[in-house]
Design a protein around this ligand. Structure first.
Ligand code: E4P
Length: 219
């Protein structure tokens, strides 16, 4: 399973990269705004800064919602660095843009996926990644893991190479369940990744090992 971090915070991206388990980054306009990154020039520089930290897979989202605008923005983003994956919303013109970028060999991530039908359409249009939003589905009481299972089944039925990028991850259970179902990628906050480290028996076990070692050494 690939691990992406879902943030535009450079310090958190560095921390995850230093851990040695990071495969990429996803950002969105809300995450960029949260870091106070505004204005085209600053936004472009921020993507370059992120690319300088990680090895690959930096999802950069377009703001336009019409085909021409998405193509123009996506081409500018893709030209910034080979690590950029152009993030396109699941709308009609977005599907056309996915096909355009796929034909040009520019990688894409179709975002705001909430149904298996949307994922199927994005895969047909040649998206490299589809991003079903788990946490937001949970928020409305919908079956988020069921959606991942359905998309997995459909992609396997037809051999689509589009990767399932489980997004809007909120906790470690989301990550583990998605791994069991067969999501290719998860993107979540640093806390969800670090949360995988934790178990009380690990803490008490380590404390016991160290105490026994100290006792045996007569300290
Ligand atoms: C995905 O790429 C999105 O940036 C993200 O996962 C949305 O998560 P949220 O629902 O926590 O905002």
């Amino acid at each position: 399973m690939k691990f992406f971090i879902d943030t535009a915070n450079l310090e958190e991206i560095k921390q995850a990269q230093d851990l040695g388990v990071l495969d990429g980054v996803t950002t969105n306009p809300s995450l960029m705004a949260k870091e106070g990154i505004t204005g085209d020039k600053n936004v472009m520089q921020h993507y370059k800064d992120i690319c300088a930290i990680v090895d690959d897979n930096v999802s950069a989202e377009v703001i336009s919602t019409d085909f021409d605008g998405m193509v123009k923005e996506g081409e500018i983003l893709a030209a910034l660095n080979d690590k950029i994956v152009v993030k396109i919303p699941m709308i009609k013109d977005g599907i056309k843009a996915l096909k355009y970028f796929s034909d040009k060999g520019i990688r894409t991530n179709c975002t705001l996926i909430f149904s298996a039908g949307q994922a199927l359409l994005a895969a047909k249009a040649g998206a490299n990644y589809v991003s079903p939003f788990l946490g937001r589905l949970d928020d409305i009481g919908a079956d988020s893991f069921g959606l991942i299972e359905d998309i997995r089944l459909i992609f396997d039925n037809y051999g689509y190479e589009t990767e399932i990028l489980a997004a809007s991850i909120r906790n470690t259970t989301h990550i583990v369940e998605c791994a069991k179902i067969g999501a290719d990628v998860m993107t979540g906050p640093l806390s969800s990744i670090l949360g995988l480290l934790k178990h009380p028996l690990t803490d008490s076990g380590l404390a016991q090992f160290l105490a026994d070692h100290k006792k045996a050494a007569g300290k």
